[in-house]
Design a protein around this ligand. Structure first.
Ligand SMILES: Cc1cc2nc3c(=O)[nH]c(=O)nc-3n(C[C@H](O)[C@H](O)[C@H](O)COP(=O)(O)O)c2cc1C
Length: 217
C-alpha cells in the first residue's frame, strides 16, 4: 500500500489531543505551504487563514464553541488551530492583485495573455456575483478545497487533526474582528497529536461501500 493510501486509511478525526505534544516550526511551515498551494477556481484564492498556536489565540477561538462544548477541549488542547476564513467580496481591486501576483510569478508573458487571464477570471466572478448570485457560496467551496488539502496533508505528515464546523462563526468573526478585515470564519481545524484517552483512535472507520458510491461507465 502506498504511503498516501496508508495515510488516507489511517487518518481519523481526533477527538482528544495531548496538549503536551507540539508541532514543530518546520511542520507549521509545511502546513502554511499546504494551505497556500491549495487550488481554487480561476486561482481566486478567496481565503485567509488564522493560525493559533498560543494559549491566548486558542482561547479566543474556543470562545466560539460556547454552544458546542464538545469541541472546546479539542481547540484548547491542540497544538495549533487553523480558522479557515472566506473573503466577503471579490472586487476589482482584489482581482487586479491576483493578476499582479501572477505577473510577478512569471505566468504572464505579454499584454494579450494578461488580458485573456483577466477576462476569463472576470467571466466566472461576474457569473457568480451577478447571475448565479452565489459568490459567497462559491468562495466557501474553494475554502473547503483548502480544508481537504490540509486534512490530507496533515495525515501524510503524521499529524492528527479534527475538522470543526461545530462553532459559532459570527461569534468568532466578532472576537477576531474578521468582518472588518474583509473575511469571515468558515471552518476550523485543530492539529496536533492524539491523547492516549482518545476513544476515537481505535474505532474502525466506517464508509459506504464502493458499489454504492461509484458508477463506472
Ligand atoms: C467539514 C467537517 C466538519 C466537521 N465538524 C466536526 C466537529 O465540529 N466536531 C467533531 O468532533 N468532528 C467534526 N467532523 C468530523 C466528522 O464527523 C468525521 O470526519 C467523519 O465522521 C468521518 O470520520 P473520520 O474523519 O474519522 O474519517 C467534521 C468533519 C468535516 C469534514
Amino acid at each position: 500500500m502506498s504511503h498516501l493510501i496508508d495515510a488516507v486509511k489511517n487518518r481519523y478525526t481526533t477527538k482528544a489531543f495531548d496538549s503536551s505534544r507540539l508541532l514543530t516550526e518546520a511542520q507549521l511551515a509545511d502546513i502554511k505551504t499546504l494551505l497556500q498551494f491549495s487550488p481554487s477556481s480561476v486561482n481566486s484564492q478567496p481565503w485567509h487563514f488564522i493560525i493559533a498556536t498560543t494559549e491566548s489565540g486558542k482561547q479566543k477561538i474556543a470562545k466560539s464553541t460556547e454552544n458546542y462544548g464538545f469541541n472546546t477541549p479539542k481547540i484548547l488542547n491542540a497544538s495549533a488551530v487553523v480558522a479557515l476564513c472566506t473573503k466577503t467580496t471579490l472586487d476589482d481591486g482584489y482581482l487586479q492583485s491576483l493578476l499582479n501576483q501572477e505577473q510577478k510569478d512569471g505566468r504572464i508573458s505579454d499584454e494579450a495573455s494578461k488580458q485573456a487571464i483577466a477576462t476569463g477570471r472576470a467571466f466566472f466572478v461576474g457569473m457568480h456575483n451577478n447571475e448565479l448570485k452565489d459568490c459567497q457560496h462559491w468562495m466557501d467551496k474553494q475554502v473547503y478545497l483548502a480544508l481537504g488539502t490540509l486534512l490530507l496533508g496533515a495525515a501524510v505528515m503524521g499529524i492528527d487533526a479534527c475538522p470543526i464546523e461545530g462553532f459559532d462563526a459570527s461569534a468568532l468573526n466578532h472576537e477576531l474582528g474578521l468582518r472588518d478585515k474583509g473575511y469571515g470564519a468558515t471552518v476550523l481545524v485543530a492539529l496536533g497529536y492524539r491523547s492516549p484517552t482518545d476513544f476515537n483512535a481505535n474505532l474502525p472507520k466506517s464508509r459506504l461501500a464502493q458499489t454504492t458510491i461509484f458508477t463506472e461507465i
